[in-house]
Design a binder for this molecule. Structure first.
Ligand SMILES: C[S@@+](CC[C@H](N)C(=O)[O-])C[C@H]1O[C@@H](n2cnc3c(N)ncnc32)[C@H](O)[C@@H]1O
Length: 203
């Protein structure tokens, strides 16, 4: 089925942002129409991220502290809320996206934070989740993201729980982006756990 008019162009524009500030500005502009466009793309990342977190947290989830990194308009929080998670924090680099996330009323705290440039707020004992696409035009961004996550791990702040490649993440916007002619692209869900702060040695 053909994509609704303009979806392909808007996705291409955001992914085509040459620099990070430019990409974040493009996300600001996309915030209002984002959810409608990703629905047309059959975007499954929020559902998949919530399923991974529910797997990492078999215990009652209400008090589990979760940081939704690059939270966008809050789609992951909606899925998590349905599964009983209540202690949600979010960060995103786009003020426009954060404004939408705030309007959901589902986050205890939301902050602007540019991953790769600023430290992540770290709820003690918490988990973070993050997703990204694995299609050819996103591979450079994906590599930057993974380098930033590796740095966090190297600093001893966070421990990787899972990095799960998922097929049929969303519909491809072109034949070149599609995985082996399926018409879909793949993506990855990352879940990290905050490392406990070691006790200060006295004496
Ligand atoms: C494709 S959206 C995903 C949003 C949400 N997680 C979802 O599944 O709907 C990507 C989000 O990442 C944010 N983003 C991209 N690069 C970022 C960076 N370096 N630091 C913080 N946020 C970033 C964008 O502003 C955007 O909201």
């Amino acid at each position: 089925m053909a994509l609704p008019r303009g979806v392909r162009e808007r996705v291409a524009a955001v992914h085509g942002g040459a620099t990070l500030p430019e990409r974040l500005r493009l996300y600001d502009g996309w915030a209002a129409g984002y959810e409608q466009d990703v629905a047309a793309l059959e975007y499954r990342a929020p559902h998949l991220a919530a399923a991974s977190l529910a797997f990492a947290f078999p215990a009652p989830p209400a008090e589990a502290r979760l940081l939704d990194v690059a939270c966008g308009t809050g789609l992951v929080a909606r899925e998590l809320h349905r599964r009983g998670f209540r202690c949600l924090h979010g960060v995103d680099g786009s003020a426009g996206m954060l404004e939408r996330a705030r309007s959901t009323g589902l986050y205890r705290q939301l902050r602007r934070c540019v991953l790769g440039q600023e430290p992540l707020p770290a709820p003690a004992g918490g988990f973070l989740c993050l997703t990204t696409r694995s299609n050819p035009s996103n591979l450079r961004y994906k590599a930057e993201l993974e380098a930033a996550l590796e740095r966090l791990e190297g600093q001893g702040a966070w421990r990787k729980v899972l990095a799960q490649e998922v097929e049929r993440w969303e519909r491809a916007t072109s034949e070149e982006e599609s995985t082996q002619g399926t018409g879909y692209i793949s993506g990855v869900v990352y879940v990290y756990q905050k490392c406990p702060v070691p006790p200060v040695k006295e004496g």
